[in-house]
Design a protein. Structure first.
Length: 389
């Protein structure tokens, strides 16, 4: 189906984050004309390494490979991890996951947000991205939608994709309700150098105050994601004290923590929109759902949105149907609501399970971990699910 000449593009995407850019690139490769609007990309990094990293699942890696960017991402900087250890009381009692159990080379890759963003942007045609743009309103018409921009400008498209963050102005403007809850934890992130090599292993320990993770980086350091009910003291410590506290919290699994970068923090919450579409508008990524980072699945859930949306829109276009119709968007809504609710149930359940501190409950949790560790089929099923296999 040829593009309606009255439209400026087929699909306008608001938000140049990873999910918005992946959606744009997928639609571009499917032959649609796409525009991406953003208030402005973050400034260059002072030390090159981004403190925001993601555990990219094999399923997400396959999608990024289909988009033609994964090889370039890996060539620049990505750290494959082949093992995972999850524990509560002692590392020797950890639940172990190994790529060999799945006959794979890896369980996933730790990649910085900026590296992914850079390569997704580079793969888009020049002129696709418009920066420093503020969307004032979105109006749905019978055959198209109109984005009202600042200074009287406007943009017409068959469909608007809101990938504009958890605080999504477009979602709010359309009156789409959200179910959300702030967690009693704040995530503290940084990179550290340790006495022992990470050996391509991702570590996570559950503490009474929240989980702490050490994720392997390509340069030999580890990325820290420490979700805690006592984040302020962690942020206030000098570097030496923080390194000591982190070593104690992870029971010296990587030996002495020798150096750390600056620390950043962000509050944690769970969020799920009541619906993921409205008249000629669809939500994707954090605009649709936010989950606790303890399972590292937030961005993978978002890439799943992008892949499903690209598939639904591409199929509608091949069949000469209206890509912004309620029928097309309802297919996407059903699939992604189910995926998000499933992931929220897992992450929210884990959060509350480890918030409850009682001797009997603590024993039951630890016994459960040991039982899973001793049951190869169950352990394999869990890691296959986590990896999107």
């Amino acid at each position: 189906m040829n593009m309606d000449p009255r439209l400026d593009c087929d699909v306008a995407i608001v938000g140049a984050g990873l999910v918005g850019l992946a959606t744009a690139l997928g639609l571009h490769r499917a032959g649609l004309r796409v525009r991406v609007l953003d208030r402005g990309l973050p400034p260059p990094l002072a030390d090159d390494y981004d403190l925001r990293v993601f555990a990219i699942s094999p399923a997400s890696a396959r999608f990024l490979h289909q988009l033609g960017v994964w090889d370039a991402v890996c060539a620049e900087r990505a750290s494959a991890y082949r093992h995972m250890q999850v524990w509560e009381t002692a590392p020797e009692a950890a639940l172990h996951f190994d790529a060999a159990d799945l006959h794979r080379d890896d369980l996933g890759h730790i990649v910085e947000s900026r590296v992914l963003q850079r390569h997704l942007l580079a793969a888009l045609p020049s002129g696709t991205l418009q920066q420093n743009v503020t969307v004032r309103a979105v109006d749905a018409q019978p055959q198209h939608a109109v984005l009202q921009l600042e200074r009287g400008a406007s943009l017409r498209a068959a469909l608007i994709v809101a990938a504009d963050s958890a605080r999504s102005p477009l979602r709010s403007a359309r009156g789409i309700a959200v179910h959300q809850q702030a967690y009693a934890q704040t995530a503290v992130v940084c990179h550290v150098r340790s006495a022992r090599a990470h050996q391509a292993t991702a570590y996570q320990r559950f503490l009474e105050t929240g989980p702490v993770a050490l994720l392997p980086l390509a340069d030999g350091r580890s990325s820290v994601v420490w979700s805690s009910t006592h984040a302020e003291p962690l942020l206030a410590m000098d570097d030496a004290s923080f390194c000591t506290a982190l070593g104690d919290a992870t029971q010296q699994v990587l030996g002495r923590i020798e150096q750390c970068t600056r620390r950043l923090s962000f509050p944690l919450a769970v969020l799920n929109a009541e619906r993921y579409h409205d008249d000629r508008l669809v939500l994707a990524g954090d605009a649709a759902h936010v989950v606790h980072p303890l399972a590292g699945q937030g961005v993978n859930l978002g890439f799943g949105d992008a892949q499903e949306l690209v598939g639904a829109i591409s199929q509608a276009r091949r069949q000469a149907r209206d890509i912004g119709s309620a029928r097309v968007l309802a297919r996407y809504n059903r699939a992604r609501q189910a995926a998000a609710q499933d992931m929220i149930a897992v992450t929210d359940g884990l959060y509350h399970a480890y918030q409850l501190q009682h001797p009997a409950w603590n024993w039951l949790r630890q016994t459960g971990l040991q039982a899973v560790n001793a049951t190869t089929p169950l352990r394999t099923a869990l890691i296959r699910r986590a990896c999107g296999l």
